[in-house]
Write a protein that binds this ligand. Sequence first.
Ligand code: 5RP
Length: 220
Amino acid sequence: MTEKKNAAIKAADYIEDNMTVGLGTGSTAYYVIERVGELVKHGLNIKAVATSLSTSNIASGFNIPLVSIDEVERIDFAIDGVDEIDGGFNAIKGGGGALFREKMVATLADRVIWIMDSSKVVDAIGTFPLPVEILTYGYNHILRKLELLSLSPVLRLKSDGPFLTDNHNYIVDLHIGKGFDIKYVSEQLKAIPGVLETGLFLNMCDRIIVGIKDEVKVIE
Ligand code: 5RP
């Protein structure tokens, strides 16, 4: 089994009957969705809120009952992956472009678990380009402002044009490099009109579960 799968299966152990679960996005979260599908098949009454259309489709394939974020008041557990995380639980997320919904789901959850393979744990975040969701309206001006802040923005593209999020916005990846002032950059980004959300998830989780070779490490 992979490190990602081991971490995901361990995280799913925390799920109990009658819980509302936030399902993350990405290849690590996939294994949680698969496991939740098995729990549902075995009769557990679980409701799930998906963090992306892709997760929603995968969860439907496993017959997991889905509810929209507006149908719930709170979520018991949100389980999601990360792109990079430091020792203070400061993480970069959004490699899959789902950061906006991932952050909303995380902020509604009583407990948040992040799951990952060992490559995601770093001494300082920033090597992984920081994704930021921006409005399509005026995006060239937003890019220019990011340039002026020396944040090395690159508009995320796919083969036929800019990558569009599930919310119909663009993603800009900031190639900042590690060692940046996290709080300062976060505040600078939030102050730009048209920046909708950033992939900086600062100390937003209760525990992380890391797959390390054949073992899993739970850190709280
Ligand atoms: C998607 C995310 C993912 O959680 C993150 O990119 C990790 O992905 P993976 O588990 O495939 O490595 O933030 O927006």
